[in-house]
Design a binder for this molecule. Sequence first.
Ligand SMILES: Cc1ncc(COP(=O)(O)O)c(C=O)c1O
Length: 324
Amino acid sequence: MTRLTKSISEHLADHPLAGLIQVPAVIHGLPRLSSYLGHEIYVLRDDLTGFGLGGNKTRKLDFLFGDALARGATTAATIKATSFSRNAAAAASACGLDLHVVLPGTEASRNPLSQAVFARWGTRLHYEDRGMEALPDRLESVVASLRNQDEHVYVLHPGGSDSIGALSYVRVLGEICEFSERTGVHFPYMVHSTSSAGTQAGLVVGQSIAGYETRVIGISASRSVSDQREQVRELAVSTDRLLGTVTDPEKIIVDDGFVGPGYAEASKEGEMAAQTFAKMEGILLDPIYTGKAAAALLEYCANNKFGSGPVLFIHTGGNAGLYY
Ligand SMILES: Cc1ncc(COP(=O)(O)O)c(C=O)c1O
């Protein structure tokens, strides 16, 4: 084990994993895209984590369900029908836990394909039609009733972005260190999509533990730079508290120039970037997260915003969103 990776694994040693995913991450060059952009680009394939349709959520769930099992949970619960809930459904099955998900709307208003996939995983769905704001209250009452039935309930933060979930991207930074030490390829820039903040908080905490010199650039899926930086900072602070580390908030770099029409709405630039990745490298991106991050990557290259050295594009998954 290399020196940098060792310092990260020592910090993570007390946090159990459910053992869901294949690690280390696959990292490879993108020769055709690099030659087109005139800049060396690599990709970290967290779309290929090998479990439950992949993505950054399966990374987080490996730590979250590891924690749930260590605490003796029998059931897990969360809100919304995002990729996180779908990945959580797969993870709960593999861990032998029940999963309850509170969804906005009514049964009739939901995408039938999504319902069918939840049904296959045996997920218990609860519908709440009083609007998004009512979801946390409804979750609380579902959890209370489960506890009355003597279930030991583990509540999953939406998006898996609490300090336990963020540990997964501390670990990813360790895998990047290992790759750099093995191959001699160092990444002075990393680009990825940021939203509920777990991915970026984990990366910057990992970067500070390992002393890996890089600029981790989070491309916001919705919030302004100041709101997103604050979200990432708060989560980095709680992750630091868990690990006994200190992360410099100046390391948190966010760009909100690629949100397009808004959260969960495709942008023209994101669609074009997704098409470029697909046509040049055969890699699929989703329009809401990774497509917009790729739009930033392309624009930074076109306008020489990166200095010298290879750029690592972190593919955070989300391909299921292309289908349902
Ligand atoms: C595919 C994909 N990429 C990136 C993100 C953003 O990651 P995070 O929520 O950890 O900031 C999400 C969040 O939903 C996602 O689904």
